[in-house]
Design a protein around this ligand. Sequence first.
Ligand code: BG6
Length: 506
Amino acid sequence: MTQAPAVSQENPLLEGLRKRRTAEPCALTIFGASGDLTQRKLIPALYSLAFRNLLPPNFGVVGVARTPMTDDEFREKMRDAVVAHARDEFRPEVWDELAEGFRYVATDFGQEGGEQHVVECLHALDRDRGTAGNRLDYLAVPPAAIEAIVVAMGKHRTSEGWTRLIVEKPFGHDLESARHLNEVIRTYFDESEIFRIDHYLGKETVQNMLVLRFANGIFEPIWNRQFVDHVQITVAESLGIEGRAEFYEQAGAVRDIVQNHLLQLVALTAMEPPIDFSADSVRNEKVKVLKAMHTPGPKHVVRGQYGPGYIEGEEVPGYREEPGVAPDSLTETYVAAKLFVDNWRWADTPFYIRTGKRLPKRETTIAIQFKRAPHPPFEIDSEDSLRPNVLLVHVQPDEGVSLAVGAKVPGQGMTIRTVHMDFLYGGAFRTGLPEAYERLILDCLLGDATLFTRADEVEEQWAIVDAMVAPWKRDRPNFPNYAAGTWGPATAAELLARDGREWRAH
Ligand code: BG6
């Protein structure tokens, strides 16, 4: 019997997974290069892009910070960061080629002319690496440091090539400071050149929210107040503040997560279908949701701060005992709120949101809870046996979507139980998901701002947060009010209990 020739088969599950887009030559300057974000996220993301040949051949990176370091020391440090944090195996040939384009400049932008060395280094990169005058400036620095860098780099813009600016969150501290920052940046850069980053928008599952809603015919007709009882969005973290006391004491959960990630998730869940996937179409629809959002009153916002407790059996300190935190700190590590989007689609439909540090586990979900079946024609043993349908988007971990439906338990009678129809990314595509920063850096290199926050959007987000925190100036909460390793303060449960609802169980 002759054997059939071996045919190498493409994995059909990978079909449509890769669409290569080619970026133009560019020099990426990272301001804040000695910081945590650069090491944990930015450089590992660049490595993963290089791993997949997604970076342009003429590419260079200039790391900028105050810490003195040579180019080689910088490369060494970044190599360690890639080994520790990249999602891909370490391949010396990929790293060497990428790192060859790495330069480091130690300077202080607080000082007159501090940018000179950076500018010289960029000109040298243009000559040595053919980066063609194209500049991507990544501002991974605290909000207070942004203005000086924008002004200095703005003044040195060249007419050769393009310049784009990525600004890390938080973008300002409140509406007033965000407006000021927008004005300063606009003096030197056009809105189309400004990329305000919210890394949640780079997550596959967050983008899939748009695909789920707008590439399927079955959801949109029921995606409204007539069929949806309420929406619950949870961004839970088991981590504490990880040595970021200086930042966190100023920000708190409301500025760290609600102002950006959580409000973006609300906007994507509530928005109308955009006419296309262009930056302005998508952002116009998100801004409409934010504008339609009812200012939440003090009764609709609760906050908390964790005390000592246990996470996965391990004892952890309370927030006030974390290094660098004031022993009487009133910074919130937990926020829950009830929001309303006042438009025809959503009027009177609550969007409950919550986020917290040191909760029992890391979990980000969007749960669309539909109204109960109006009249089940069979007997039900208990309210619990016929629960309402829930469409649950697992943003992370266990990325996927599941739909809770009632099903008949096999056997005599008509017993009903809730079962889940699941789609899991891991199972359906058999491929690892890219890190959010990979997608976002590449989009920026390609000049696509769809997944970045526009000036008016960031300002609307701040207007909502300013209204949430205004009453906080007047009262002194009784902190800590939840133990690490629990699901937040009792007031969060009461917020829903008052409406006859409860938070989704985990
Ligand atoms: C950042 C916050 O924006 O998001 C952190 O500053 C938080 O405090 C982090 O831990 C969570 O991101 P992710 O991708 O792990 O959900």
